[in-house]
Design a binder for this molecule. Structure first.
Ligand SMILES: C[S@@+](CC[C@H](N)C(=O)[O-])C[C@H]1O[C@@H](n2cnc3c(N)ncnc32)[C@H](O)[C@@H]1O
Length: 403
């Protein structure tokens, strides 16, 4: 397995970004089309006929394409307008996915840091450079939002006044990761100033209404959207979807979480930032007007560090370290620090280098567990039935396994 394959393996969430650029291209964004061509991605939906979905269902799902297009086009274009208005800010697009925003901002002379998992950035950096050439203001950085150091390294120390834009990220985290991300973003904003604008809550609350308005309130299609969308997103990303407090239907809980994490929340009505013509609704003025009405309820959530926030949160994680050896056919690894998308390939690489003669694996994670102040922040996933049984027999499951 080469490095790219290892990177793709450790976090399949990167796959979700493909459909976003495909849908923006379908909605007429020329930069997105340019990127599709360079990245070698097919148009949206082209892969569907290769999947084992019954033909009849495929036809139904095709009818949902305009709905997916409108969701992605509005999210992307409304954020672009907000960025236009915040002229003095440096944009940190987290996660940038394969979005064409960097191309657009290169023409406007803005400073843009596209940040995403290594599997995305490895393709995106060269793709954008091949279109706009070398440009010091437009750069791409491999980060994991749960890993503070990776984000700090992405930004020059003298960057001031950030606008961190988040579209389509928070739904992929479990609660402990969500907290890590909030704590990292607060630290980043304390250092560089600025704010963090999120669209994920607005689309969680109102996507079905936008879809209904787009599809003339057709009940069969709207129900189909509701049933396939979350499942498709979770399958593509191979994680649970909306499984943290940010997606709790109780607004009060989310607001109190935001305060607890040291942020103030300011809401900005998204309807004021929609493009003058929503391209994917061209020729259907009634649907467009119904969609605009839904957006009157949809808010960008802009977070700034609260004035009375406690001191900067510190990263309590020890530096990541793997010590591995093979003894009598047993691969033994002792791990320290936080394992995430940036650090995990190191462990996999050592495992690969250990050869094919492995009969048993012994991973010592107690060192990691002991290093945490808050033991609730430890979770083991992907555990085999055998290991689960051992943990249950020894009673360690209560600490190490959450479900
Ligand atoms: C649905 S896509 C959205 C991408 C982009 N904002 C857009 O609208 O096209 C989700 C993105 O989140 C990225 N992602 C997932 N987990 C991440 C993490 N821990 N740190 C940084 N990026 C992450 C994925 O690689 C993927 O590119």
């Amino acid at each position: 397995m080469n490095n790219q394959e290892l990177r793709e393996l450790v976090n399949p969430v990167f796959n979700t970004a493909k459909s976003c650029v495909q849908l923006n291209a379908a909605a007429g964004d020329k930069d997105a089309q340019r990127l599709l061509d360079v990245l070698g991605f097919p148009p949206f939906g082209a892969q569907m006929s290769k999947k084992p979905i019954p033909k009849e269902l495929q036809e139904q799902v095709k009818k949902l394409f305009p709905a997916y297009m409108i969701l992605i086009e509005t999210r992307f274009q409304a954020m672009n307008r907000l960025i236009e208005q915040m002229r003095d800010r440096q944009i940190v697009d987290l996660p940038c996915g394969y979005t064409s925003r960097g191309l657009r901002l290169s023409r406007e002379g803005r400073t843009y840091f596209g940040c995403d998992l290594p599997a995305v950035i490895d393709a995106m950096g060269p793709a954008v450079e091949s279109i706009i050439g070398k440009n010091e203001s437009i750069s791409y950085h491999a980060v994991d939002a749960t890993n503070y150091e990776s984000m700090e390294t992405a930004l020059p120390g003298n960057s001031r006044g950030l606008l961190v834009t988040t579209e389509g990220l928070l739904m992929y985290f479990v609660q402990s990761e969500l907290e890590e991300v909030f704590s990292n973003l607060r630290r980043l904003l304390q250092k560089h100033g600025g704010s963090w604008v999120i669209t994920d809550r607005a689309y969680f609350l109102y996507d079905k209404e936008v879809v209904a308005a787009t599809l003339n309130n057709d009940p069969t299609l709207t129900a189909l959207y509701a049933s396939v969308t979350n499942r498709a997103a979770a399958t593509t990303a191979d994680v649970k979807f909306n499984d943290n407090v940010f997606f709790d239907p109780d607004d009060g809980k989310v607001r109190s979480f935001i305060r607890k994490m040291g942020f103030e929340l300011h809401e900005i009505c998204m309807a004021d930032y929609l493009p003058d013509q929503i391209a994917s609704l061209k020729g259907t003025p009634e649907a467009e007007s119904a969609v605009r009405d839904v957006f009157k309820k949809m808010m960008f959530w802009e977070l700034t560090v609260a004035k009375n926030a406690a001191e900067t949160p510190v990263d309590r994680n020890l530096p990541f370290k793997v010590e591995a050896s093979v003894k009598d056919g047993t691969f033994e690894a002792s791990i320290q620090g936080r394992m995430d998308t940036i650090t995990a390939p190191e462990l996999l690489k050592q495992f690969q280098n250990a050869g094919s003669d492995i009969q048993a694996i012994h991973v010592d994670v107690l060192m990691m567990y002991k290093s945490l102040d808050d033991k609730d922040n430890f979770e083991l996933t992907g555990v085999s039935d055998e290991v689960r049984e051992i943990l249950e027999t020894t009673g360690f499951d209560q600490f190490l396994l959450k479900e």
